[in-house]
Design a protein around this ligand. Structure first.
Ligand SMILES: Nc1nc2c(ncn2[C@@H]2O[C@H](COP(=O)(O)OP(=O)(O)O)[C@@H](O)[C@H]2O)c(=O)[nH]1
Ligand SMILES: [Mg+2]
Length: 239
């Protein structure tokens, strides 16, 4: 009976060649008592998926390339009422999971593990990513009434149903990416539409350690251009 009072939580792991991080983190993540751990692979060639399977983790290999397709294709497989999105590359410290889940389960729609809410800081940023994250967060606050310190990060917990409710599963939501010749992520749009809908959102400070092994997948300039278009487009598109 007590169990039914605690919401079910899925840990969602998008992965593209993250064997070093998975080896270091997955056994610990598996011991944390999540109702589901779902690893979504973008075509890894370093044994990431095979390793996850040896740990008993549910895996899904996406068909279409690009990070947002990992979410769109695998979202129907999520069973938890809440989801925590987590990159197993060292950037998301597992020690914060307890506080993040506790915060969202206390009645929030979304809680972000902010890298920029003091005293948190990022050990992973360089000058350009640090500026970009600040600039997009500031623009989202100004243009859409958000109160974020970190509108861009992947490390967050939210109601699984938000994804459909905010039309993040619709191709048309990402139209600006085609002009820029890329496939973007979902987090900026999730932050924008939560702000537009005045959802119950908060942040907790969580410092970001440097990436462990592997390589960064961020396409700085193409994504930057597409996100910029998306921020402005959302001022008249989608209510
Ligand atoms: N499934 C999938 N995962 C991806 C893809 N691109 C990146 N990832 C994963 O998404 C997470 C965040 O990407 P990362 O390169 O760390 O971005 P950054 O930390 O913002 O520079 C990591 O776990 C990546 O392995 C993709 O196309 N498909
Ligand atoms: Mg990362």
């Amino acid at each position: 009976m007590l169990r039914s009072l605690i919401p079910s939580v899925t840990l969602f792991l998008p992965v593209l060649n993250e064997i070093d991080g998975l080896r270091a983190m997955l056994p610990d993540l598996c011991s944390k008592g999540f109702d589901q751990i779902l690893l979504v692979d973008g075509g890894s060639r370093d044994g990431s998926v095979e390793f996850a399977r040896t740990q008993g983790v549910e895996t899904y290999v996406q068909h279409r390339k690009g990070i947002r397709h990992a979410y769109i294709e695998a979202w129907p497989k999520i069973r938890g009422e809440f989801v925590v999105t987590f990159s197993p590359d060292g950037n998301c410290p597992a020690e914060a999971l307890h506080d993040l889940v506790g915060a969202v389960a206390s009645g929030r729609d979304m809680v972000i593990a902010s890298r920029y809410l003091p005293p948190a800081r990022s050990e992973d940023d360089d000058l350009l990513t640090g500026f970009g994250n600040w600039m997009f967060t500031t623009l989202i606050n100004l243009c859409h009434g958000g109160r974020y310190t970190d509108a861009m990060g992947i490390y967050r917990a939210y109601r699984t149903s938000l994804f459909g409710q905010l039309d993040l599963d619709k191709e048309s939501s990402y139209a600006p990416e085609t002009i820029c010749g890329t496939v973007i992520g979902i987090e900026p749009l999730l932050s924008i539409r939560c702000a537009k809908k005045r959802l119950n959102v908060s942040e907790i400070p969580v410092s970001e350690p440097a990436r462990m092994g592997g390589t960064r997948k961020l396409q700085m300039f193409r994504w930057g251009a597409a996100y910029l278009l998306q921020v402005f487009r959302e001022m008249y598109y989608w209510r």
